[in-house]
Ligand binder design. Structure first.
Ligand SMILES: [Zn+2]
Length: 445
C-alpha cells in the first residue's frame, strides 16, 4: 500500500504540499455524504432570544427538525428531552419501562431495517437521547461509533431512520522545537502533546539517551498525523517523519508500512531504527520531566569512579530490559542491592541495580524482550537516593552503554526497497523543508 505520493520536486510551500499529501493518502477517514442536519437557523425554541438550547435547564422542551431521506419533506420531533444511560443489566426495553416511554414505539423502531443491529447492541455506559410527549416517542438518537449517529424520528408514515456521518480527516502537522529547559517544555512551546514527544523519544531510543544526553540547543522536527472531526482535533496520530539533532548530530526516521501492513521506522537509507540495545533502560517520561540540562545532576552530583550509569528517578519508576536476553541473576548482590543481570547475544551482559522490587516475569532462566519491564527503581544496597545503576559489559569488560557503538540493524528487504523510497521520499523532502524554515526562523534577529 502506498501512503504518500513521492515529491517530484522539493515543495516550496509546506501547506501546498500538505494538501497534496493528504489528497494522495488512502485508507484514512470515513468520507460519506452527510445527511442534512438541523442547523441553528430553523430550530424553534420557546425562548425569546436566541440563546443556545444547551443553556436551558434539563428536562427541556426541544425540537428536532430534519428532512426525511425518502420524501424530502420536513419531519420534526418536539417534546421532553431525556438521556437514557445503559447500566449493567439494562435493556432498551427495561429503560423504556422505567421512564414510562411507549414500548410499542420501541417495538416499531426496532422493526426498521438497520435499526435492530444499530440499536440492540448495547453496553453499560451507552447513551440514548430521546424526545417524547407524555411517553410517546418522538425521536431516539445514539452515537453508534466515532463516525456515525443513528437517529430515529417519528414521521407521518411511522418512524424513519437516519444515519448521520461525522467524517474524520487526517491532516499532517509540522512542528519543530528547540530545547532550552526540557524536551517536554520544548514540546509545549512547539504545540506538541506530551504523548507525541514520548513517541518521538521512543523512535530514537536506540540512538539517544533521552535522560542524560539531551543538551540545550538540541532541536527536533516532527511530522505527524492529526485526526480531525467536524472542526475539532480528535487526537494525534502516528509520527510520519522525525528528526532529532542531539549535540550537533542529526538522526532521522521515516515511517514505512511494508507490503504485509507492518509499520516501522527507518533511517532515510532504509535501515530499521531498531538496534540490539536501547540507550536508557528507564522509563523516560518519569525521569525527563524532572530533568533540567542546565543544572547538574540533582541527586548524584558527585564524581564517582564507578563503571555504570546512574539514572536518578522516583522510586517505582519502571526499569526496562535494554535488549532481548535471559535473566541470569535476580536478587541481592552486595552494594548493588536488588539487582538483575541479563545475558544477551554476543557475550554482552547488562546489570540493573538498587531496584526496589522485581517484575514478576523477570525470573532466573526466563527470556525477556527488549523494553520489557524487569523491575522498579529503588535505593537498595549502597544508594542514598532512588536511582537505577546500569552497567553494560562486553566479554566481562565494562563499556559505556551510552556511547558503545551498536551494530546497525539489517537494511530493509531488497524487494521492499523501491516501495520504501517511493513511500518515504515525500516525507524526507518535507523534513528538509521544515528544517530549512526552522533555520530561517532562527536567523531572524
Ligand atoms: Zn551507580
Amino acid at each position: 500500500m502506498m501512503l504518500f505520493a513521492p515529491a517530484e520536486t522539493e515543495p516550496a510551500d509546506i501547506s501546498a504540499s500538505l494538501t497534496r499529501i493528504v489528497a494522495g493518502q488512502s485508507g484514512t477517514g470515513v468520507l460519506t455524504l452527510p445527511l442534512s442536519l438541523p442547523d441553528a437557523g430553523p430550530a424553534v425554541s420557546d425562548h425569546e432570544d436566541n440563546q443556545p438550547l444547551a443553556l436551558t435547564a434539563v428536562p427541556r422542551k426541544d425540537f428536532l427538525l430534519s428532512r426525511s431521506p425518502e420524501t424530502g419533506t420536513e419531519i420534526g420531533a418536539t417534546g421532553e428531552k431525556l438521556t437514557l444511560t445503559i447500566n449493567s443489566g439494562d435493556t432498551l426495553d427495561s429503560l423504556f419501562g422505567r421512564h414510562n416511554l411507549s414500548r410499542a414505539d420501541l417495538m416499531a423502531v426496532l422493526e426498521l431495517s438497520d435499526a435492530r443491529s444499530m440499536l440492540r447492541d448495547i453496553k453499560p455506559g451507552d447513551r440514548f437521547e430521546v424526545t417524547h410527549s407524555d411517553g410517546i416517542l418522538q425521536s431516539l438518537e445514539r452515537r453508534v461509533n466515532e463516525t456515525t449517529t443513528v437517529r430515529v424520528l417519528r414521521g407521518e408514515q411511522g418512524f424513519v431512520l437516519q444515519k448521520i456521518d461525522h467524517p474524520i480527516e487526517s491532516r499532517l502537522a509540522y512542528r519543530h522545537g528547540t530545547i532550552n529547559s526540557s524536551l517536554f517544555e520544548a514540546g509545549k512551546q512547539a504545540n506538541v502533546a506530551d504523548k507525541v514527544i514520548m513517541n518521538l523519544a521512543g523512535i530514537f531510543a536506540w540512538d539517544i539517551d533521552f535522560v542524560l544526553d539531551i543538551r540545550d540547543g538540541d532541536r527536533f522536527v516532527v511530522i505527524y498525523e492529526e485526526i480531525w472531526q467536524e472542526g475539532e482535533l480528535l487526537r494525534d496520530g502516528e509520527i510520519q517523519a522525525a528528526e532529532f539533532i542531539n549535540d550537533g548530530e542529526s538522526y532521522r526516521a521515516l515511517r514505512y508500512v511494508d507490503s504485509s501492513g507492518k509499520a516501522d521506522y527507518y533511517t532515510p537509507d532504509g535501515h530499521s531504527v531498531r538496534k540490539a540495545f536501547i540507550r536508557a533502560p528507564v522509563d523516560f517520561s518519569r525521569v525527563s520531566s524532572r530533568f533540567n540540562p542546565r543544572r547538574r545532576h540533582p541527586i548524584l552530583n558527585v564524581v564517582r569512579a564507578h563503571k555504570g550509569v546512574d539514572y536518578a528517578a522516583p522510586s517505582g519508576t519502571q526499569v526496562k530490559a535494554a535488549g532481548d536476553g535471559k535473566v541470569i541473576h535476580r536478587g541481592r548482590k552486595g552494594g548493588y542491592g536488588n539487582a538483575i543481570i541479563l545475558q544477551h547475544g554476543g557475550n554482552i551482559t547488562t546489570l540493573y541495580g538498587h531496584l526496589s522490587r522485581f517484575a514478576r516475569q523477570a525470573r532466573v532462566g526466563r527470556r525477556v524482550k527488549q523494553g520489557q519491564v524487569i523491575g522498579y527503581v529503588g535505593k537498595t544496597g549502597l544508594a542514598t537516593a532512588p536511582h537505577l545503576h546500569y552497567e553494560y559489559r562486553l566479554n566481562g569488560v565494562h563499556r559505556n552503554p551510552r556511547t558503545v557503538s551498536l551494530p546497525k540493524a539489517a537494511p530493509i528487504a531488497e524487494d521492499q526497497r523501491e516501495a520504501f523510497f517511493q513511500q518515504t521520499g515525500g516525507l524526507l523532502a518535507q523534513l528538509d523543508t521544515v528544517r530549512r524554515s526552522q533555520v530561517a526562523i532562527a536567523a531572524i534577529p
